[in-house]
Design a binder for this molecule. Structure first.
Ligand code: HH2
Length: 297
């Protein structure tokens, strides 16, 4: 794949690229807080299963410094069973409406594979259509995508129910890059301005340990796609394997380590469960790694 000159991530940051999401400048890593309104999410399923609990959790994450709140009503963990459209709407819409009623101004992302859920969420103010299937799961998603201020296209190999059975790649970094390049083309052809697109390697979505490690090590290559990069490693299984921490919710330090690695590779958005810990770590990281334009020469 055509790579930008070395230091592409710095160019991305130098450009002062902005998300159309409330004009969030991308000269520093932005934190996307995870709000799962599900009974079965892999690390916090049921913790915030009711609208009231999820709204409270979202407000807490915003207070801890989340730049974006990612609201999800369907677990996409390996082996997860699909959720009906109505059930997903019943889970997420009260949370979106409750946040608006609470006067929450933190931009909201809707984590869904369904066009109808995305449309309803966007109508209720969601600013990112975060689709782990990169607009492939629902035939209506390409038509809905132009309605979103921003769209995140994530790579996954297979469906959540079966994706971990036997993931295979010729060259995982190149394969993911080329897949995302194709999905960017498809989204642009469907009428989504390229400036509204975000890309994501989909850590843990149809990947073995070695695939996740290779993607993390080569992450900055994905800047060659010319879109902001979103990275979601928080609490995931590969971090548990590398750190030896079996319980997902206890992988906070491992998740922060993964987030800082992502920041060092120029990832512009970090999707995390543990916002306070990540924000604290990023404050130090940013102080030690000011954007190139600010560096004293
Ligand atoms: N863009 C993006 N979206 C995502 N949505 C869900 C999960 C899985 O994490 P979580 O939501 O905590 O688990 P579950 O899918 O079980 O709810 N990971 C990503 C990711 O890596 N990138």
């Amino acid at each position: 794949p055509a790579l930008l000159p070395d230091g592409a991530d710095r160019l991305a940051r130098l450009s002062g690229a902005r998300l159309p999401v409330a004009g969030l400048a991308l000269t520093r890593p932005r934190v996307m807080g995870v709000v799962n309104v599900t009974p079965d999410s892999f690390s916090d399923g049921g913790r915030h299963g009711t609208a009231l609990a999820a709204i409270g959790h979202a407000l807490r994450l915003a207070a801890e410094g989340a730049d974006i709140l990612d609201i999800g009503g369907e677990s996409t963990r390996p082996g997860a069973d699909p959720v009906s459209e109505q059930e997903e709407l019943d889970r997420v819409m009260p949370v979106l409406e409750g946040l608006a009623a609470a006067g929450c101004t933190t931009p909201v992302s809707i984590d869904t594979r369904k066009a109808a859920v995305a449309r309803a969420a966007i109508a209720a103010g969601a600013q990112i259509f975060n689709d782990v299937s990169a607009l492939t799961h629902d035939p209506e998603s390409l038509a809905a995508a132009p309605l979103a201020p921003a769209v995140c296209l994530m790579h996954a190999q297979g469906d959540p129910r079966t994706m971990q059975a036997d993931p295979r790649y010729d060259d995982v970094l190149r394969d993911v890059h080329d897949y995302l390049a194709g999905r960017v083309r498809a989204a642009v052809a469907a009428g989504v301005p390229r400036a509204r697109l975000i890309v994501d390697p989909g850590i843990g979505f149809g990947k073995r340990l070695e695939h996740n490690v290779a993607l993390m090590q080569g992450l900055s290559m994905l800047h060659g796609l010319g879109c902001p990069l979103l990275l979601g490693v928080s609490r995931k299984r590969f971090l548990g394997t590398l750190s030896g921490v079996a319980v997902a919710a206890e992988r906070v330090s491992a998740s922060v380590a993964g987030a800082l690695h992502g920041a060092a590779q120029g990832a512009q958005i970090l999707r995390v469960h543990d916002v306070a810990a990540t924000v604290q770590a990023l404050r130090v990281w940013e102080a030690l790694n000011p954007p190139v334009a600010d560096r004293q020469t």
